[in-house]
Design a protein around this ligand. Sequence first.
Ligand code: TYD
Length: 206
Amino acid sequence: MGLFIAFEGGEGGGKSTQARALHRRLARLGLPVVLTHEPGGTALGDNLRRWLKQARELTAPAEFFLFAASRAQLAAEVIGPHLSQGGIVICDRFAPSSVAYQGHARGLDPGLIQAANEIATQGLRPDLLVLLDMAPEEGLGRKGSAKRDRFEREEVAFHRRVREGYLEMARADPQRWLVVDASLPRAQVTKIIWARVSQLLSQRRS
Ligand code: TYD
């Protein structure tokens, strides 16, 4: 079948929880599903992840190219092969994260980021992008202030630009994006996502 779903959004919106819940549900149905995440998911990506989250000196373009390198490896090693075998891939963050964070929030040209992303992904595009949308103050509050990484320590204005970037992408491509209010109770968010995914699955089957 081949179905590619990515979870996106700012900090503290519950992406990882929802991605895991969806993975569990699809696996219970006996479907061939893998759950992976960015940055990481490969040996190269896991190394880059450590660097990206803690490095002191990193220019915005250098930061982008490290995320893109992690993405390129993940797309080639994990996502592409699984999809071509007809499986389902769930990815916790993907190419739009770079458009929102390195583009809209860090100030690189979002159009150029999108174009460079195409090199990394070799044209792999999610069939569904789930945006867990939430006010940054609430998301960061949920995460608490202990052990914040480089991104979580950014000012609220940075996180507002991330949010606006995502909303702009979702408005431009409403067919592929499902925007969910992440401040709703967790079970309700899960239900909204499942409604869309099960619809996609039955479309694929018919
Ligand atoms: P992670 O712990 O995965 O954060 P989260 O749980 O919020 O997904 O850390 C990844 C951080 O990297 C996160 O703050 C968002 C940021 N990021 C980018 O800036 N650009 C990117 O392309 C990606 C994939 C992540």
